[in-house]
Design a protein around this ligand. Structure first.
Ligand SMILES: Nc1ncnc2c1ncn2[C@@H]1O[C@H](COP(=O)(O)OP(=O)(O)OP(=O)(O)O)[C@@H](O)[C@H]1O
Ligand SMILES: [Mg+2]
Length: 396
């Protein structure tokens, strides 16, 4: 007989549910890890969704479970049980909704579920198509060349993929001169140019044919080998491609050319996060100011923008406060300067994989943790995370 799994974004809450119901079972606090776990062959019978799992996320997970693990019972724990919650729980065929204070009921439901286990070998009826992965699009942007877009794109993608825990795709939209393939030592058989003859007919199998695998969890769609092909790649093709990739990957990291061209804007339009990269020099700051103003004028919400200072330790007389004032936004990340960065590019191994303890790697991991993995959290969760981050920085 299998054991239960407990999922709650606040690990202590999930752990408490586990302890209160017998202390047996695995506890997850990251939804992507949880989904990854379902991809493995395991024998749990019950999934308990804790009280702090956001409503939408809880039902998304239930949908996902129905199509990937039809034998698994889902029990939803809520602080408040409303009629819409019950209706949606029925629709997604959860087996129970339990009040968070009612530990005896939760225990009873778990017992019932575990006892029912053998019967549930019968395949479940087909359900409405599950909202698939719907990964997040993270775009690197800087209107000034050489700021570190490719360096951050490659290393952020490698950090997020971290030993295959999440499925990540890096897309090189520096269509004329993209160098993601070089920075990752890829030998691609296909490039994004393969999408051109397909017109609007890009589906998951067409995307699969375009991918170059880098490592477990990390794939790439590289730029065309011929710079002249770039023009043939229309903005709507890019939008369509990114949309299909959302179904296949948890994160889609987009590297761009340093320009507001239509192709890059097609990516910016669908980005969940636009990371602006700047170096501490006067020309870069001037460009940053214009970039932020342009993005705001073009209607991109300010809360989707993040500012990362690359080569943050360069002693050039520009303070971090000046950078923040110029962009009218706080720094979300600071990456120090190091000769090991170009060395890693030359070797074709992302520095985060080559040397995870390197200050550059740690800064990128910190940015990923603070700003990327947190997206999709509720406003309260984001506020809590921000408070923690601020405290940590203040202590330093
Ligand atoms: N933190 C860093 N420390 C040292 N060197 C760095 C750092 N970040 C980037 N570099 C180096 O600076 C150069 C430019 O970086 P990168 O190619 O990532 O910038 P980019 O914004 O993608 O440039 P382009 O606009 O040409 O595409 C590269 O040689 C890279 O190795
Ligand atoms: Mg680049």
């Amino acid at each position: 007989m299998g054991t239960p799994i407990f999922f709650d974004p606040h690990r202590p809450v999930g752990a408490a549910l586990c302890a209160e119901t017998g202390g047996v079972g695995a506890v997850f606090s990251d939804v992507i890890d949880l989904r990854g776990h379902f991809a493995e062959i395991t024998d749990e019978d019950t999934l308990v969704l804790g009280p702090d799992v956001e409503e939408r996320e809880a039902f998304d997970v239930a949908h996902f479970v129905r199509s990937h693990r039809p034998g698994l019972d889902v029990i939803l724990v809520r602080r408040e049980i409303t009629t819409p919650v019950l209706q949606e729980a029925l629709r997604t065929r959860m087996s129970a909704v339990v009040d968070h204070r009612d530990t005896p009921q939760l225990r009873a439901e778990l017992k019932r579920s575990l006892n029912r286990a053998p019967v549930r070998e019968v395949p479940a009826e087909p359900v409405a198509p599950a909202p698939a992965r719907r990964g997040r699009v993270l775009t690197m942007f800087a209107a000034k060349g050489g700021s570190g877009k490719t360096m951050l794109a490659v290393n952020l993608a490698a950090t997020l993929a971290d030993r295959g825990h999440r499925q990540v795709c890096i897309v090189d939209l520096d269509l004329a001169f993209g160098d993601v393939a070089i920075a990752m030592q890829l030998f691609p058989a296909h490039t994004i140019a393969d999408a051109v003859p397909l017109g609007g007919e890009i589906d998951s199998s067409a995307v699969a044919a375009m991918l170059t695998q880098h490592s477990a969890g990390l794939s790439a769609i590289v730029a065309p080998t011929e710079p002249s092909t770039a023009e043939a790649i229309e903005p709507k093709l890019i939008a369509h491609l990114l949309d299909v990739l959302r179904d296949e990957f948890d994160y889609i990291v987009v590297d761009t050319a340093g320009a507001f061209d239509d192709q890059v804007m097609a990516a910016l339009d669908v980005s969940d996060l636009i990371t602006l990269i700047v170096t501490p020099d006067v020309p870069a700051l001037k460009t940053l100011k214009i970039t932020v103003e342009t993005l705001i004028e073009l209607g991109y919400p300010r809360d989707r923008l993040r500012l990362v200072l690359n080569r943050s330790d360069s002693r050039v007389g520009i303070s971090h406060a000046e950078v923040e004032k110029t962009a009218v936004m706080p720094l979300a990340g600071q990456i120090p300067s190091s000769r090991d960065v170009p060395a890693s590019v030359n070797r074709g191994v992302p520095i985060v994989q080559d040397d995870p303890k390197h200050p550059v790697s740690q800064a990128i991991a910190q940015f990923a943790q603070d700003e990327v993995i947190g997206i999709g959290l509720s406003p309260e969760q984001i506020a809590t995370r921000r408070r923690t981050v601020r405290k940590r920085r203040f202590r330093r």
